[in-house]
Structures are given as structure tokens and as C-alpha cells.
Design a protein around this ligand. Structure first.
Ligand code: NAD
Length: 426
């Protein structure tokens, strides 16, 4: 089957809806609720909560108004932005249950008192961009390994206090040890040429980013085994949606296309990724936090595998922009060809994704169209230096990229060529 035909099959709305499952509230798809590991109205410490996925997790939970309190600890690196939490801070009822602290997860003086208060710690904090990990790996190790170690040590101390009966709640009642969830990635499996990676498969990271994430996971496992810590791991697939930093593929290509700038597509564009909408990623993390078994890792697939160039064609169709914007540039070193994960274990836990790919992609494009001020402020200052370093030479040696819709039968092509942009491109 040609890549183009696979794309059309991948973009079939019926298939997308089938992978999305029923629509409902934040714990949608919860077939067998099981035992909730969190107390009622828990206090969560969300590290890296000013980034893309962490801020979505915070916004979704606080908007529910169920009494959950959240403290965000975030270093506000170039990727973190308090504006991502503005909807929470602008709503007095949500703001009353929310606190923001700027700080580093690798700093025990900041971390320890915050973990002391928390019922659970959800660690989103990481340097998260593979390209930057190739340019400069050190920060990835500091946050991804040493930072995780500091969080785990704080949880270990709290677990010891809980066991001794000296970990007390606000009304001096005994409290359980905090539950720890490490947000990890499908990239720890490395490239998966055929089939799907299962949770017990070997970790074979191939970039400094993925290696730091795998190392963080191994530390978590070691604390479960050695100290009996209550801790879990999630491995999410490629995530997209509003508030994603414009350095990542989908927002980079949307914002470049809106400005009629070239879209730098790595290599042949046939690398395959599985796309997960951000609210589904955040919802699945919360579900695992509540109902997962300590010591276990859970894959969070998106259920929508596409070659990069098929994804780009779908974006351009919705944006009403021509394929001629796409430039084939020198590939990323060690670029993984394919990620794919088996989601059976998460499904057994009762989670189903809710957002079909078609809807997620349209919502993402609409959001970037409507929030130009947000992404333009990021694409200024240091951005230019980064962009020049990453793509300057690549673009100057680039060539046109083959149009993936060109070899499609005419009856199959419209989905990619024009897509919903016929209606939405006004
Ligand atoms: N984006 C994806 O496609 C994807 C997929 C699977 C897993 N993940 C994982 O999900 C998590 C969040 O990803 P994202 O895309 O939201 O990343 P992001 O880069 O948008 O956000 C990371 C956040 O962590 C903060 N941070 C970085 N170092 C810190 C430190 N030392 N102390 C405190 N805060 C720090 C940053 O300021 C930022 O707010 C990461 O752990 C990433 O590995 C991401």
C-alpha cells in the first residue's frame, strides 16, 4: 500500500471516531472505576505545569470545580509560560484552589516543603524537544535525571513519615504517602519498525531526550522496588493541541504556513508518528494517577498513525495553503522512523480517548488562528537565534518535497488535498 493511500485511510472520520470512544466528562470511558488512590478533594503538586501538557492537565482539572487543589512548580524555561495558566488565574473560583511557584525540580529546598503538603505529585517537568537535546543535552539530564531524583527523595521521606504516623493532614489526621506519577514518552522504546511496543518491551532510547526520559523512568522503578514508593509511569505518544510551543512539528508548520513561510520537512517525511490530542493525554494521566497500579507503566497511544508528510498535507489542506511551501531539509540525526504503542493495558484500566483526530486537528488550527498574539510573542527574541541554528543552513540547502497527494487516485485525494478547509478556510 502506498503511503498516500495509508494517509487517506488514516484520515477516515469513521475510523477516527472509532478510536476516540464515547464522549463524556473528564473521566469518560471509565468502564470499571476500581479504587481511587486519591482522597476526596486532593491537593496535587504538578511540576512543569506551565508547559503544554501540564497546563492542560491543570486547566482541565480545575475547571471541573470538584474541590481539587493544585500547586504548580515550574522553572519557566523558554518552554514554560504563565500565560498558559491565565484561564485558571482569571477565574476567582479556580484561582482560589491554585498556587503557582517558580522553581526548579532539582532544588530540594523548593521541592521538599511542597511534596510535604501534596497528596500526589505529577511530574511533567522536562526539557522536551529532541532537536534541542541534540544541540545541547546537559539540561535534559539535569531535569530528567537529577530533578526526578530530587522529587523521588522528597516522596520517600514523606512515605517514611506516613509509615511512622507523623505525616498529618490539615486537621491533624494521618495521611497516606504521596503518590508519584512520572510523565514519560513513547520515545523510550526507540524506533518500532513493525507492530506496537508493549509496556514490558525493552527501552531502547536513541536521542539524548529519550535517554534522559528512560533514565528518569528507571529511577522511578528503582524507588518502587527499593523503598516501596507508590509510583507509576505513563508513556504518551506524540501530543498536539492548543498552547503547544511553536518549535514542535504541528504548531511550527501551522504558524509558518499562516505566514507563508517555508515548512522544513525532515528527510523523506515518511517517519511515522501516532497522534494524541492534548486533553486526551492529560485525561489519561489523571486516570492512571487515580486507578493505576503502583510500579506499573501505562502506554497512552493516540490511535492515529500517520507519516509526517501525510500529516503536513492534512494541515495544509485545512489551512488552505499550497504544498509548494514544504521544503525537504536534511534529516535529524538518528531520527526514529516509527513510534507505535499497544494501548490494551490502559483500555483495561477503563480509559478511552475522546477526541477524534479530525476534531483535534481542526480545534488546534482554530486555536492558533485565534491566538496569534500568544505564538507571535514566543516566536520573537531568542526564537530567531534558535530557528536560524536549527533550520537556517538546512533551508538554504533544501529542495521541494514530493507532494504525497500526487500519486493518489482522484477519488481518494480530496480528503488530503482540500479536507474540511473548503468550509473552514474563510
Ligand atoms: N509533547 C509531547 O508530544 C509529549 C509526548 C509524550 C510525553 N511528553 C512528556 O510530557 C511532559 C510535558 O511535555 P510538554 O510537551 O508539555 O513539554 P513543555 O516543554 O511544553 O513543558 C515542560 C515544562 O517543564 C518546565 N520545566 C523544565 N525544566 C524544569 C525544571 N528543572 N523544574 C521545573 N520546571 C521545569 C518548563 O518550564 C515547562 O513549563 C514532558 O515530561 C515530556 O517528556 C511529551
Amino acid at each position: 500500500m502506498s503511503e498516500g493511500r495509508a494517509a487517506v485511510r488514516g484520515l477516515d472520520p469513521d475510523r477516527a471516531a472509532a478510536t476516540a470512544g464515547p464522549a463524556a466528562g473528564p473521566t469518560a470511558g471509565l468502564d470499571q472505576p476500581g479504587v481511587d488512590a486519591l482522597p476526596p478533594a486532593p491537593h496535587l503538586l504538578v511540576t512543569g505545569g506551565a508547559g503544554f501538557i501540564g497546563s492542560c492537565f491543570v486547566r482541565e482539572i480545575l475547571a471541573r470545580g470538584d474541590g481539587t487543589r493544585i500547586t504548580v512548580l515550574d522553572k519557566l524555561t523558554y518552554a514554560g509560560d504563565r500565560a498558559n495558566l491565565a484561564p485558571v488565574e482569571a477565574d476567582p473560583t479556580q484561582a482560589a484552589r491554585f498556587r503557582f511557584i517558580r522553581g526548579d525540580i532539582a532544588d530540594p529546598a523548593v521541592v521538599d516543603p511542597l511534596v510535604e503538603e501534596a497528596d500526589a505529585v505529577v511530574n511533567f517537568a522536562a526539557e522536551s524537544h529532541v532537536d534541542r537535546s541534540i544541540l545541547d543535552p546537559e539540561a535534559f539530564l539535569r531535569t530528567g535525571v537529577f530533578g526526578v531524583h530530587v522529587l523521588l527523595e522528597a516522596c520517600r521521606r514523606e512515605a517514611e513519615r506516613a509509615a511512622a504516623g507523623s505525616r498529618l493532614g490539615p486537621r491533624r489526621q494521618p495521611r497516606r504517602a504521596p503518590r508519584f506519577l512520572q510523565v514519560s514518552t513513547d520515545e523510550v522504546y526507540g524506533s518500532v519498525p513493525i507492530g506496537q511496543a508493549g509496556e514490558e518491551d525493552r527501552l531502547e532510547p536513541r536521542s539524548p531526550y529519550a535517554a534522559a526520559k528512560a533514565a528518569g523512568e528507571l529511577l522511578v522503578r528503582s524507588y518502587v522496588v527499593t523503598y516501596g514508593l507508590d509510583a507509576l509511569i505513563t508513556r504518551g505518544s506524540n501530543t498536539y493541541g492548543p498552547y503547544q510551543h511553536p518549535e514542535k512539528l504541528i504548531p511550527l508548520f501551522i504558524t509558518n504556513a499562516l505566514d507563508d513561510q517555508p515548512l522544513p520537512l525532515y528527510g523523506d517525511g515518511l517517519q511515522r508518528r501516532d497522534w494524541l490530542y492534548v486533553t486526551d493525554h492529560a485525561g489519561a494521566i489523571e486516570h492512571v494517577l487515580r486507578f493505576g497500579t503502583s510500579g506499573e507503566a501505562y502506554n497512552i497511544p493516540g490511535g492515529m498513525e500517520l507519516a509526517n508528510r501525510e500529516l503536513v498535507a492534512a494541515l495544509l489542506a485545512r489551512l488552505g495553503k499550497p504544498w509548494s511551501l514544504v521544503r525537504r531539509v536534511e534529516d535529524r540525526p538518528g531520527h526514529d522512523r516509527r513510534y507505535a504503542m499497544d494501548g490494551t493495558k490502559l483500555a483495561r484500566l477503563g480509559w478511552r480517548n475522546r477526541v477524534p483526530f479530525e476534531d483535534g486537528l481542526t480545534a488546534t488550527i482554530d486555536w492558533f488562528r485565534a491566538n496569534e498574539r500568544w505564538w507571535r510573542s514566543i516566536r520573537s527574541g531568542d526564537w530567531e537565534a534558535y530557528y536560524g541554528r536549527q533550520y537556517g543552513a538546512r533551508l538554504s540547502h533544501s529542495r521541494p518535497a514530493p507532494d504525497p497527494t500526487a500519486d493518489l487516485a482522484p477519488e481518494l485525494a480530496p480528503d488530503l488535498r482540500t479536507g474540511p478547509s473548503r468550509d473552514e478556510g474563510r
